[in-house]
Design a protein around this ligand. Structure first.
Ligand SMILES: [Zn+2]
Length: 136
């Protein structure tokens, strides 16, 4: 088993999926302690379609708990299909709300417009045409 795949506790005693993810959490804690960010939360679930949700590793919030940024730590397989699909669905729904960072690198919105990482081409995405007709 690779050390990346071994779960590990961070300084806040969360049980993370890998040493890298625990380290990312410790990094965010450091940013709280030095006043760069107000707070953060782990494993925040965003509904991305009627049947799917994406559980982001971390969200950075203001002091009132409002989400400012979404962060994901990806270890040995940073672009697996399931992750890319959920990220694509997330962008469809939330693109104008929160910037997304993967391994501390902002992947959306990018400076060049709406190009995102290596996401699958639009025609191959399994996205329902009207995923959120119900709630506004
Ligand atoms: Zn943690």
């Amino acid at each position: 088993m690779s050390p990346q795949a071994k779960s590990q506790r961070c300084l806040l005693k969360h049980l993370h999926q890998s040493r890298g993810e625990a380290g990312y959490c410790d990094g965010l804690l450091g940013r709280v302690k030095n006043g760069q960010i107000a707070a953060f939360a782990i494993q925040h679930s965003f509904p991305v379609s009627k049947t799917k949700s994406w559980k982001a590793d971390f969200v950075i919030t203001d002091k009132d708990g409002l989400i400012l940024e979404v962060h994901e730590y990806k270890g040995f397989n940073p672009s697996d299909d399931n992750f890319r699909l959920k990220l694509a669905l997330f962008f469809e729904r939330y693109a104008d709300r929160w910037p997304v960072f993967v391994n501390n690198k902002q992947v959306f919105p990018s400076k060049s417009g709406h190009r995102i990482m290596n996401l699958p081409p639009k025609k191959k995405r399994k996205i329902p045409s009207r995923p959120f007709a119900g709630r506004r």
